[in-house]
Write a protein that binds this ligand. Structure first.
Ligand code: KIV
Ligand code: ZN
Length: 537
């Protein structure tokens, strides 16, 4: 395939009210000028990524992630969907105030009140974009909107014109474009560009497309839409069939100049395209003449920060950021790497911010060493929270161990909710064993008041949770209960991830302890702490 003889839409900074330019400097990162085509990284960790049940962040946590994204060098941060909740609205407002360089984008449906609310939320953004759109596949038109193609086209144009009253930079998404007929898609894209859209987003919403199919969709638009050179084409791929990254790269090579991605590939169902994979593919392949503004040495800290704040573990063999991504375990590989690292390594771990010179933390390490290590891992804490974490969590754990590794530290951070938590475990005593019916006694501190209960169960965890249920009178069903495997021996931390359902909503909880029953109870309480109202006896 001759990738480079195709017509590529020109990017003009006129169409994006952002500081990104091809002048060699963007945001806080310097990028080398070259003839490679510049790809704009649109990060949607805080919108599409945050839609995952149990991954919700509060505003302070979202600001932390947004600042990290700015350091990473992303061009656009999709900060939320302001009409969806007051919390989302507030997060867009606060992120707009907190970051300087990236464009701040807010999502809307093709509905005036959504657009009004997004414009209001973006009030403080230095560079702002409204992202509006509508489903264009026959299935969306018929079943979601009970409408027809002509009416949807009119609504798309009206939404873009309406958003243009507020901002210059308007992105239009054609939801389910992956399954939309190309001829109709081209008509919609042409019409919204005429109406003023500066970016046209072509989402493969269901993650159905094959890479060549997605690339030819982008090429079709490049070749058949009048005025396509007045807008940026954007990719937005989901990973339902494991092809999000392949589809995104194919779309970029075919002519798209922006890609929508998330850290660690977090997102609804099987997730979105992972930022780190796109950045490293483009960096590693000199045969692909594309470039981004990403400072790749910030990838590992950003990955750890998002994983820890969302309590969303990264799978060990995940490309670029998984625990095993650079671990060579077979004898043949180890031998080759020792002779010359290029035999089995295509990426230098330092290029993605993985440092080998770890400071070993022990019970004798002070605040400064702990703070340094946490920051290297992407975890930032206020002095007050660090103090509390150091005295009440770190020292207690370090006293039982020779040294504290990175995984343990991150698990302890994820499990430690600090003094603000409403319901805390005071004590837990369990009797169990062969031939004995398990019995548990539990003491809870609920906003300063003490509660106690005892109960039996089918096993020690069941007994402990039954005791809690007699204090917290609410129907709770456990949907998922995962104990993460212990890698370093029987005295290692046990990590528990739990999903529960209550009153029609799903809540996610995490707990970590050297005692697996305590870790399970902590995970359960973490879920309950997220309930709005808890009735007590
Ligand atoms: O997947 C999708 O289609 C989306 C749009 C709302 C952009 O997330
Ligand atoms: Zn999406």
């Amino acid at each position: 395939m001759d990738y480079y003889s195709i017509k590529i839409p020109n990017f003009s900074p006129l169409f994006i009210s952002s500081p990104v330019s091809d002048l060699g400097f963007s945001g806080s990162n310097l990028f080398i000028m070259s003839s490679d085509r510049r790809i704009y990284i649109f990060d949607t960790t805080l919108r599409d990524g945050e839609q995952v049940p149990g991954c919700q962040l509060n505003t302070v946590e979202k600001i932390q992630v947004a600042r990290m994204l700015e350091e990473l060098g992303v061009d656009v941060i999709e900060a939320g969907f302001p009409i969806s909740s007051p919390g989302d609205f507030n997060s867009v407002v606060e992120i707009s105030k907190a970051v300087t360089w990236p464009v701040i984008c807010a999502l809307t449906r093709a509905v005036p009140k959504d657009i009004d609310t997004a414009a209001e939320a973006l009030k403080y953004a230095r560079h702002k974009r409204i992202h509006t759109g509508i489903g264009t596949s026959d299935s969306h038109i018929r079943y979601k909107f009970n409408s027809n193609r002509e009416e949807i086209l009119e609504r798309a144009v009206a939404a873009v014109k309406y958003a243009k009253k507020y901002v210059e930079d308007v992105e239009f998404y054609a939801e389910d474009a992956g399954r939309t007929d190309n001829e109709y898609l081209a008509r919609v894209v042409e019409a919204v560009i005429k109406a003023g859209a500066t970016v046209v987003n072509i989402p493969d919403t269901t993650g159905y497309c094959l890479p060549e199919e997605y690339a030819s969709k982008i090429r079709y638009l490049v070749e058949n839409v009048d005025g396509i050179d007045k807008a940026i084409i954007s990719t937005h791929c989901h990973n339902d069939l494991g092809m999000a990254t392949a589809n995104t790269i194919s779309g970029l090579i075919a002519g798209a100049s922006q890609c929508e991605v998330t850290i660690n590939g977090v997102g609804e169902r099987a997730g979105n395209t992972a930022l780190e994979e796109i950045a490293m593919i483009i960096r590693s392949h000199s045969d692909i003449p594309l470039q981004t503004n990403i400072n790749t040495t910030k990838i590992a800290p950003a990955s750890r920060m998002v994983s820890s704040l969302m309590s969303m573990p990264v799978q060990a063999n995940k490309a670029i950021v998984g625990r095993n991504a650079f671990a060579h375990s077979s004898g043949i590989h180890q031998d080759g790497v020792l002779k010359d690292v290029s035999t089995y390594e295509i990426i230098n771990p330092k290029d993605v911010g993985i440092d080998d010179n770890q400071i070993v933390l022990t019970a004798r390490s002070g605040h400064a060493a702990l703070k340094y290590r946490l920051e290297t891992l992407g975890v930032k804490m206020s002095e007050e929270k660090l103090d509390d974490f150091y005295n009440n969590v770190f020292l207690k754990y370090a006293d039982q161990r020779k040294q504290v590794g990175d995984d343990d530290l991150l698990a302890l951070c994820g499990a430690h909710r600090g003094p603000a938590v409403h319901i805390k475990l005071d004590y837990l005593q369990v009797t169990s064993g062969k031939g004995v019916r398990p019995v548990a006694s539990v003491g809870l501190d609920i906003a300063g008041e003490k509660f106690e209960a005892a109960s039996g169960g089918n096993g020690p965890v069941d007994a402990a949770l039954n005791a809690i249920k007699t204090i917290i009178r609410r129907h709770v069903t456990i949907k998922e209960f995962t104990i993460q495997n212990i890698t370093n021996g029987s005295d290692d931390l046990g990590k528990v991830h739990m999903q529960v359902e209550s009153e029609g909503r799903v809540y996610y909880g995490f707990g970590a302890s050297t005692d697996i029953i305590t870790a399970s109870v902590e995970a359960y309480l973490d879920c309950i702490n997220k309930f709005k109202n808890v009735n007590l006896e």
